[in-house]
Write a new protein. Structure first.
Lengths: 112, 339, 463
């Protein structure tokens, strides 16, 4: 990355873009599987769950996280994102009774 | 009296004519939700019924009578549902077993005789404060008693089961595809169809083999792009083909009734021509990400649903959005029965 | 994955270049080797990074990280999403307290202060109503600005006082901060007025065009006499006792554009804290510059930029408003979706209580957008400005300066296109060259390490 020194951010906007990149880079490095030609971050067992991975496609939202509201309940039960959603296999088997429609019920999200 | 005879004859004639007339097949679509199945009438595309059942539903398998289906929920309930009476018949619980195992299913398929269901089962229990994990197994479960009749150890990572070859085999799809002989008294893995070493990433959590008359199809992804894994469950034949277009990102594929077209969906709905294996049309799904899709029995509509609580109905030809249905709960997938 | 280039512009330097991202307004300095890579690849609309061999690949990946290469199909399109005028609460009101003036400046866009109508003064009650309107319609804005304007606002002190006092009271009641500014020709300042300005911390801008002979040529009174000496007599009191900045606002005609530096130095010498120089608006054909005159002005501005740079190396800011304002925008990387706030949080009220999108458009037929009695008509705001902006998006789509300019002053465009019948785009080249002066100055200041100085500019910009 020594090419970076040859491209020098001048104004605050440029610095902000650089900071974004650094932040992304760390997150992406943590997730990237080596040898993945498609260079997409991998967050779960398979590559294509929408959720908190960034969107590599030219579709909206470009480069950002797809809205996870539609993936929440699908991922909650089977423990796809153990840190972010209630785990239905062990600790919160009846979680869906509190929030069965995430877009409607998000205000009552509550789990340990 | 003479008139009565003529009236009788004409009435008889009309009755004979009626079956030959146009009684259109009617779709009934079940969406698997949370503590509920919601029923959609395929003519009016409206929600007509709700069948309460416990748990977060995940998958379904249709019994050979094509009238009952098993809906799995919370990874341990197996709900037997009568799709014509729209009622829950009984519930088996994998956690109810004499050995005290806490069991989870990851893949189910109904057995050929309508009396059993095969399930890929993981298990755990505590012994003296320590967790003990059971080896993953393919179990054949008696629908009457809920007892495991027989089982065989299988590799970890299986996510889907298909009944193949008239019920003589079960294909278990995980990192690789394991062909399991279930006809002999002892079940055993006879062959492993390699996928992992070929760099194939496959996640066949959603499939519509029942609605597609026994033809299974799933997307897979490798370094070159997107491919289609097709299994003819009548013969057991497996084929792999790469899509000749830029990879669409889809959770599942489904055939049109005549299998000339494949639909795929996740954030966009794609239409793929089978002959050329190219994407011929696509449209973004405004409602957002969907897990599943369902082609109507007449091939004219495509439903996308699962994920959120809405189901979008599209014209299968133009991919124009026709309607959005609001479910009570978020959903997982859809099953279609055509009467 | 296939990428495409985000719109960008390269400004050559002796060693390397400045790279400017058109939509983000981010500025980078690149060395010669990066510039060579850029030249090799930027002509290709689409680039598949997987097919680029090293070492170019690493450079392109870095450029991708900096958003100069974006996933194919995702490059920003102009115009960006624009907001609805009804969604923007008021933040600034320009109140024309006097539609009258004691001077007859040659270039006045207000036609001698009356904006083409009868000379009249804003009555006190209406002044208070206008002040209340500003505060009432300010939504969640915590900082409001009241600009006292005209004609010559000091001709109507009762209205000035009423507006300021009412606005202060109403703003304070809601916990809002009020900034008051006043633009005056300076001929009527007296001790009492100075006292009032000091008491209310009014920021004053005096219209003074430079040395006596130049100023008097531009700004005679109704009897044809020059006004310079009269102003100077009163200026001392203003400059000595001010507790707020006092700026000089200069207007020069094309024939005078070669004298920018002289004018600037003269006014700084008089004691002004800041000087801003504006080219006269072309209210008539004889005020329309020719190419040579534009060139002269650009050279004058470039010369001011060089002075700015020299002074910056001593850690001081040259108080030339034009450059300070541009540099602060470039420093922040401010981008615009529309050229200015006219009609979008900024409102001009004339002496009859009629609303216009801004003070320059006041009195212009077709630009009335409401009254104090009926409020702002958002449709009129949209449609009156649309007259000027419709059909230009395509021109702007292909211009590197679009996020900095966003179409330019509505009034200037109105004069050129509607009054003088010139096709749209006649100012574009000038604007681009002016912005380039700013960008090159900015890069030079950075290169010289004037970071502390540039940080001071952050306060200037609240975007």
């Amino acid at each position: 990355m020594d090419a970076k020194q040859k491209i020098q951010a001048l104004n605050k906007k440029a610095e902000a873009v650089e900071a974004l990149t650094k932040g992304e880079d760390q997150a992406v490095k943590a997730l990237l599987e080596s040898g993945t030609e498609l260079q997409m971050p991998v967050g779960c067992t398979t590559i294509f769950d929408t959720g908190w991975e960034t969107n590599p496609r030219a579709t909206h939202p470009v480069g950002n996280c797809q809205a996870s509201v539609r993936d929440f309940m699908g991922c909650a039960g089977d423990c796809w994102w153990p840190a972010q959603t209630p785990d239905g296999l062990t600790n919160n088997p009846d979680y869906h009774q509190v929030c069965s429609n995430m877009a409607r019920d998000w205000r009552t999200i509550k789990y340990d | 009296m003479k008139n009565a005879k003529y009236i009788f004859l004409s009435v008889l004639l009309c009755c004979l004519l009626v079956p030959a007339g146009t009684v259109l097949a009617r779709d009934v679509i079940f969406t698997l939700g949370y503590d509920v199945l919601e029923v959609i009438d395929g003519d009016t595309d409206s929600i007509t019924d709700r069948i309460p059942l416990k748990g977060w539903t995940r998958a379904y398998t249709v019994l050979p009578d094509k009238k009952q289906m098993i809906v799995s929920a919370s990874r341990h309930y197996l709900h037997l549902v009568d799709t014509q009476k729209l009622a829950l018949v009984k519930t088996l619980d994998l956690n109810t077993n004499p050995e005290g195992w806490q069991r989870f299913e990851f893949g189910i398929t109904a057995g050929a005789d309508g009396k059993t269901v095969y399930a890929n089962v993981l298990g755990r229990r505590t012994e003296a404060g320590e967790v003990v994990l059971a080896k993953p197994m393919l179990a054949e479960i008696d629908l009457d008693s809920g007892k495991i009749l027989r089982s065989v150890e299988v590799p970890r990572g299986i996510f889907q089961l298909l009944l193949v070859n008239g019920g003589k085999e079960v294909y278990a799809i995980g990192q690789d595809l394991y062909k399991i002989d279930v006809a002999s008294s002892q079940m055993r893995i006879t062959e492993t169809y390699a996928m992992f070493d070929k760099g194939m990433n496959i996640f066949p959590l959603w499939h519509y083999t029942f609605e597609n008359n026994g033809y299974f199809i799933s997307p897979y992804y490798n370094a070159q792009g997107c491919g289609m894994l097709e299994i003819n469950t009548h013969t057991g034949e497996i084929t792999e083909n790469m899509l000749n277009s830029d990879p669409p990102f889809v959770y599942s594929f489904m055939y049109s009734p005549d299998r000339s077209t494949i639909y795929g969906g996740m954030d966009e709905l794609y239409k793929i021509d089978v002959q050329s294996r190219t994407i011929t049309a696509s449209t973004p799904i405004k409602e957002g990400t969907n897990f599943a899709l369902m082609v109507s029995g007449d091939g004219k509509k495509v439903y996308t649903g699962g994920g959120g609580s809405t189901i979008s109905v599209f014209d299968a030809e133009t991919l124009k959005l026709l309607k959005v249905l609001q479910m009570q709960t978020d959903g997982m997938t859809m099953a279609r029965f055509t009467l | 994955m296939v990428h495409e280039w985000a719109d960008h512009q390269v400004f050559n330097l002796d060693d390397g270049a400045i790279l400017y991202d058109v939509d983000l307004a981010s500025l980078f300095r690149i060395d010669a080797s990066i510039q060579a890579v850029l030249q090799r690849w930027s002509c290709q609309p689409r680039v598949d990074l997987n097919e680029v061999a090293p070492p170019d690949r690493a450079v392109l990946e870095d450029l991708r990280d900096l958003r100069l290469l974006v996933p194919a199909g995702s490059a920003k399109v102009w115009p960006p999403l624009r907001c609805d005028p009804t969604e923007i609460p008021l933040s600034t009101m320009v109140l024309e307290v006097a539609q009258d003036c004691n001077l007859r400046c040659t270039y006045c866009y207000a036609a001698g202060g009356a904006y083409g109508g009868p000379a009249r003064l804003l009555d006190v009650e209406t002044a208070r109503r206008a002040a209340r309107y500003l505060v009432e319609k300010s939504g969640d804005n915590q900082a409001l600005t009241l600009v006292l304007f005209g004609g010559e606002p000091l001709l109507n002190m009762p209205a000035v006082k009423a507006a300021v006092e009412e606005a202060e009271e109403k703003a304070a009641a809601l916990g809002k901060k009020l900034l008051v500014s006043l633009t005056t020709n300076g001929t009527l300042l007296d001790a009492e007025i100075l006292g009032f300005l000091r008491q209310h911390r009014v920021v004053v801008s005096v219209s003074l065009d430079g040395p006596a002979e130049l100023h008097d040529a531009n700004r005679p009174d109704a009897a044809g006499r020059g006004s310079y000496s009269r102003i100077l007599a009163r200026l001392g009191g203003l400059l000595e006792n001010s507790n707020a900045a006092v700026a000089a606002r200069v207007t020069l005609t094309p024939a005078q554009w070669s004298r920018c530096e002289e004018v600037f130095d003269h006014l700084i010498g008089l004691g002004f804290h800041e000087v801003g120089i504006a080219p006269a608006s072309p209210i008539s054909k004889n005020l329309l510059p020719d190419i040579q005159q534009e060139q002269v002005l650009l050279e004058s501005l470039a010369s001011m930029a060089r002075r700015f740079s020299r002074l910056a190396k001593e850690g001081r800011i040259l108080p030339f408003s034009n450059l300070v304002e541009l540099l602060s925008r470039l420093h922040m990387g401010q981008t615009k979706a529309i050229a200015c706030g006219a009609g979008y949080g900024y409102l001009a009220v004339d002496a009859g209580g009629e609303f216009y999108p801004c003070h320059r458009l006041a009195g212009e037929k077709g630009f009335a957008v409401g009254t104090l009695a009926t409020g702002v008509d958002a449709d009129r705001v949209r449609s009156s400005l649309a007259q000027l902006t419709t059909g230009k998006d395509k021109m702007c789509q292909s211009c590197w300066a679009r996020s900095l300019c966003a179409g330019g002053c509505h009034y200037e465009n109105h004069l050129r296109e509607n009054t003088l019948g010139i096709p749209p785009g006649s100012s574009c080249d000038f604007i681009r060259r002016w912005l380039q002066i700013g960008i090159e100055l900015y890069a030079e200041l950075r290169h010289a390490g004037a970071d502390g100085l540039l940080a001071k500019l952050e306060k200037r910009n609240t975007c």
